[in-house]
Design a protein around this ligand. Sequence first.
Ligand SMILES: Cc1cc2nc3c(=O)[nH]c(=O)nc-3n(C[C@H](O)[C@H](O)[C@H](O)COP(=O)(O)O)c2cc1C
Length: 206
Amino acid sequence: MPQVTNQPLTVTEAIESRHSIRKFVQEAIPKQDLLELIRLAGLAPSAWNLQPWRFHIAADPAMKAKLQEAAYGQQQVTSASVVAVVASDMEDVLEKLADTVHPGLSAEKKEEETANLSAFFGSMSVEERGQWGLGQTYIALGFLLLAAEGMGYATVPMLGFDPNKVKDILNLPEHVKFAALVPIGRKAAEGYATHRHTVDRIAIFH
Ligand SMILES: Cc1cc2nc3c(=O)[nH]c(=O)nc-3n(C[C@H](O)[C@H](O)[C@H](O)COP(=O)(O)O)c2cc1C
């Protein structure tokens, strides 16, 4: 199956061909591809459609070098054309709930939904709702990895980094959570041969 393609892959093809790639072709990704990638990732579902994910895209070599240092020197960070920092910001969601509730609702329904959401999340601590939002953001991370693959780009999701350093680099507030750093680019070398559990090992029928 071709890795670099102008033909979008089917969902099954993208799932089967995706592997973590850590060496990338040294070239820029066109802005329109990045916007399309984020559009596709943003089509992920979330509870109450709150969409807490925020995608910080680092293409600048100096910023990628800082992110690599925050990621304990992992080389794939500077090898990649861009690094998508997949973040979750529930405080931003709650500050701007009017942005989030369905635009087709009546003014009265919008107010009711906004009040219900404020009460629900207001009863949680910032940390609790941060973790809640992070769970939603992992869905968008999965979409991002498969959307990139479908467009002919390779990725590697990464949690091996110091979140406080990444917040400093991107100038983000303390409450922001990270699902992953995702180096993205055209594949320049194969990834490790990975294995998966059999279906019998992970499927429990009742
Ligand atoms: C949340 C998450 C964090 C990961 N963190 C790292 C990382 O910091 N560095 C790295 O090289 N790979 C990282 N990986 C990649 C995994 O090692 C890889 O996905 C796994 O071995 C399966 O291989 P595959 O992605 O090629 O199927 C991470 C994967 C996930 C999903």
